[in-house]
Design a protein around this ligand. Structure first.
Ligand SMILES: [Zn+2]
Length: 152
C-alpha cells in the first residue's frame, strides 16, 4: 500500500518543487478558513457575506493556482525526461548515448541510473559495473561486437 502511494506520488508529483507547491496549496487553503477569525482577533470587522465570500472564493483561487503550477511543473518534468530518454538507447540491458553528430559515445552507461560505467580491469572477461550495483550482461571483450550492432 505504501509502495503504491509512493509510485503514485512519483508520477503525479515527480519533483520536490511540485510537492512543495502541493503542500503549500493545501496548508494555505486550510489557513484561509481561519482567516476571518484571525482578522477578528486583529479587530478587523467583516460582514457575514464578506466572510462567506472569503471562505468560498479564496480557497478556490489558491487551489486553482496551485494546481496550475503543479501541472506546469509536471509537464516540464516529463518533457525533459522524454528528451533525455531519446538521448540514450537501451541495448542488452545497458545504455548507450547518442552523439549529436551521429553515432554513439564509446562508453557503456548504466542500465539503471545511466551513469558512465567502467570495468574493474582491462581483462577480456571483466564486466562493466556501476556504482549503483548494476553489472552489464556482456564483458569488456564483447564491447566492440555490441558497439557495432547498435542501431544507426
Ligand atoms: Zn547505475
Amino acid at each position: 500500500m505504501n509502495k503504491l502511494f509512493e509510485t503514485l506520488l512519483q508520477d503525479f508529483l515527480p519533483t520536490k518543487l511540485s510537492r512543495l507547491i502541493a503542500a503549500a496549496t493545501m496548508s494555505l487553503t486550510g489557513g484561509v478558513f481561519c482567516l476571518p477569525e484571525g482578522l477578528a482577533l486583529l479587530q478587523v470587522q467583516l460582514t457575514p457575506p464578506t466572510i462567506l465570500l472569503i471562505r468560498c472564493t479564496v480557497p478556490l483561487m489558491i487551489i486553482s493556482l496551485g494546481l496550475f503550477c503543479v501541472l506546469v511543473l509536471v509537464v516540464l518534468h516529463f518533457r525533459s525526461s522524454r528528451l533525455a530518454s531519446k538521448e540514450f538507447i537501451d541495448y542488452k540491458g545497458a545504455n548507450f548515448k547518442r552523439k549529436p553528430s551521429g553515432g554513439y559515445h564509446e562508453v557503456v552507461y548504466c542500465g539503471i541510473c545511466k551513469s558512465p560505467t567502467s570495468t574493474r580491469s582491462q581483462l577480456a572477461a571483466s564486466y562493466y559495473q556501476c556504482k549503483c550495483g548494476w553489472v552489464s550482461s556482456f564483458t569488456f571483450e564483447e564491447f566492440d561486437t555490441i558497439f557495432k550492432e547498435l542501431p544507426p
